[in-house]
Ligand binder design. Sequence first.
Ligand SMILES: [Zn+2]
Length: 275
Amino acid sequence: MEKLANQIINSPIPTRLVVGNIDKVRDVVEIALQSRFCLQQSDFALQKSCFCTECRKIKNRQHPFLLWLCPEKDYSVDDMDAIFDKTRFALDDGQSFFFVLDKAQNLNSASANKILKVLEDPPVGYNFILLTDNTNLILPTILSRSFVVQAQTHSEQILDHQLLKYFAVKNSLPEPVSFDQELKKLHLSDNESTELCQTLMEYFIKKVSVCYTDPHLQDQKLFFTQGLQIVQKRLKTPPASGSAGLFWKLLYLDFSVVRMDSTSLTTNDNKTRSP
Ligand SMILES: [Zn+2]
């Protein structure tokens, strides 16, 4: 949390985009703002639970140097005007003002176009913090003007990709027909497929090692171990000269066998370990 909050506050450019689970992202932005304005605590851990006047105003989103916008649907012209009403006034030396644009995916191209210039080069002291749980929905013109802060964990990121989600989570393979359709829609190249599969491998490696320390994941250990073995085996012959489609289908077959075998294998596994 502290690292993320620091990244937000010390962004090299005035506009940042914070990506992750939206509740977590809101929390981390609140904490970042508290670390900037809190009057009582200098220690990060204590600021989190601080209720000084500044921290209270931030938590209520009524701080005089904060405008937190969170429209239900698309951002409106009024929202954009609210921003320009503020930036018309020059800040004093050392003052900072923060605009938080919650659900930044709701910035449509009309509203985004109005603020692109101010996002890129706001008057001195003005800052923008954009929040989203899905970078794929953010306009490229906004993305290119933002310092991206990833508040997602590695495993949350991998689950962003629909295709990887099927393999990374036990019993989530779709029916063969829908898998085939999905595959065709994605048009993955050989290289993209290899990279995705490597990401999947890293994910399994991490999960397997976590299983040894986290008792809650014990029942998943077999799945992760087998998943890792399959992916490693497949990566020995990565897709080449346009065989990406076949590559994914073979992976699908391997994983569907794991799904069927899981129960019997678990029993065997237990037997070998019992005295
Ligand atoms: Zn405080």
